[in-house]
Design a protein around this ligand. Structure first.
Ligand code: UN1
Length: 505
């Protein structure tokens, strides 16, 4: 394994030896063995990196946005060239299957393409002024240093959603990746620096410190969040972490984009295309071994189709190929670590106390990878939605509850504290429209005839309530990375005051 890492790093152009130390161990979920051990940044180094990033911002904001887009275009090229290596590294360090590792890199490429186009579309408005001879407009300016905190499960794509937009918007970026996935972060940073070198070969426009990587544990992230020079903190992870970030940022009146827990549901209505529903349910519930924030965790099945659908799902679950995520035939890789396994078992036991009937959920020993925590994904048939189901458990547990009345299912969808993603399978237009309406799903994402996970980058991504309220990636999410300036220009020869106020001196 270590020689694989060495080879990947050689291809990606990172001198791993420069980062080696005894502070942060990268453990592969595949077999529980260390991939590398790195040193963490100390407080002075973190402060220095933020300082560099702040100085970089002061220069970068003056570079025209389409030119900034050119840097992201070059970065997208690096990602295309090294997609296979980076995808494999994601699999080694985060444990997701190779298809999903590659998919994650593709998601980075997609957001780069989006950001390049965006670099010519950072447009504002003109607004009708109430005063004669006046023009009112709003324009968008770069914001400052953007601090990104990312989680282990999407170790590089989430940074890319934030960073690609932040850079074209004229910001610098400091990145604190999960301490579980420092190697993918190092590799991504190296690819970005390659793009910077190519970019600077023609113009030298990209300043030192434009992208800073901060390696460390929780305390280094906390330091970044507290630093006044960080103008926006974009954090992805647990609701607990997000609440702490929000408190610190609220105190210093700094912006946040929070993308926190999800507890995503799907409703399967009587008219649903069950062939499609079965595929969508399986991918959303067991993909990434249930470790996506968009994973399907609660399934509400109409009484009339329950006995057809649920046995089919169990049959599929019983045959799911679980094993080493590097192998082509595998669909379910490992959980990230032992703690994730234990949290899953605790949740299954709790469901049993609520009269839940558990199918699967047991540990699977994979020959040659005995130190990894592999599990058979679990289906838990519940008599109703209970309080235990209000918690997000980052593991492949899908609770199934029978419903009679659509309103009941929509109420259950909305009853949990989280509000990220949701979906309905129906061919009844009234049901679909109701689900997406203002009295339907309260989530940031409400899908019809697809699962709750696997969003494209073109839409704004994020959700409400305990999910944090932030939006990342597509649509107009870029506005969160800029500051708005309202300008009123008087081109007349008099000075009328707004609201008709007379103030003669
Ligand atoms: C996450 O799990 O933090 O919609 C992000 C999806 C992916 C992103 C998930 N595009 O499932």
């Amino acid at each position: 394994m270590t020689s694989t890492i060495q080879n990947l790093f050689t291809e990606l152009g990172v001198a791993l030896a420069d980062y080696e130390g005894n502070d942060i161990a990268s453990i592969s979920p595949i077999n529980g063995l260390p991939l590398a051990s790195l040193r963490a940044d100390n407080a002075a180094q973190v402060a220095h990196k933020i300082d560099r990033a702040h100085n970089a911002f002061l220069a970068w904001r003056k570079v025209p946005a389409p030119r900034r887009g050119e840097l992201i275009r070059l970065f997208g090229e690096e990602l295309r060239t090294h997609k296979a290596a980076l995808g494999q590294l994601v699999t080694l360090e985060a444990g997701k299957i190779l298809q999903e590792g590659l998919g994650e890199v593709q998601e980075m490429i997609d957001i780069c393409d989006f950001a390049v186009g965006l670099s010519r579309q950072l447009y504002g408005l003109t607004i009708a002024s109430e005063r004669p001879g006046h023009r009112m407009m709003e324009v968008w300016h770069p914001l400052g240093v953007v601090g990104v905190i990312s989680a282990f499960n999407f170790p590089v794509a989430v940074w890319a959603w934030n960073a690609a937009l932040a850079f074209v918007c004229g910001n610098s970026v400091t990145w604190k990746p999960s301490e579980k996935t420092p190697l993918t972060a190092l590799a991504t940073h190296a690819l970005f620096m390659k793009a910077v070198a190519r970019f600077n070969a023609t113009s030298n426009d990209a300043p030192d410190g434009l992208a800073e990587l901060i390696i460390g544990a929780r305390d280094t992230g906390a330091q970044m969040v507290e630093d006044k020079r960080v103008a926006l903190v974009s954090a992805t992870g647990s609701t607990r972490m997000g609440r702490q970030v929000a408190e610190v940022c609220a105190k210093r009146l700094t912006r946040t984009i929070l993308e926190l827990g999800g507890n995503n549901a799907m409703i399967v209505a009587p008219s649903a295309d069950l062939e499609m529903a079965v595929r969508a349910i399986t991918f959303s519930a067991v993909g990434t071994a249930g470790q996506r924030c968009t994973t399907l965790r609660r399934l509400f099945v109409h009484d009339s189709i329950y006995e057809t659908l649920v046995p089919r799902l169990k049959k599929i679950y019983a045959g799911l190929p679980i094993g080493n995520p590097l192998e082509k035939s595998t669909l379910i890789g490992p959980l990230v670590d032992q703690a994730a396994f234990e949290a899953m078992q605790t949740a299954l036991n709790a469901a049993k106390t609520d009269q839940g009937v558990v199918f699967g959920g047991d540990r699977v020993i994979v020959i040659g990878s005995e130190g990894g925590y592999y599990v058979r994904p679990a289906i838990v048939e519940m008599p109703s939605q209970t309080a235990h189901m209000h918690h997000e458990i980052f593991a492949p547990i899908m609770y199934i509850v029978r419903y009679q009345d659509l309103q009941q299912a929509i109420d259950w969808n909305n009853e949990v504290p989280q509000g990220l993603s949701s979906s309905i399978f129906t061919t009844d237009m009234r049901e679909a429209e109701l689900f997406m309406s203002d009295v339907g799903s309260d989530c940031g994402i409400a899908n019809v005839n697809i699962g709750p996970s696997g969003a494209e980058i073109g839409g704004a991504f994020g959700g409400e309530k305990d999910t944090g309220g932030g939006r990342e990636s597509g649509s107009d999410a870029w506005k969160a990375y800029m500051r708005r300036s309202t300008n009123t220009v008087n081109y007349s020869h008099s000075l009328p005051l707004a609201q008709g106020i007379s103030f003669d001196i």
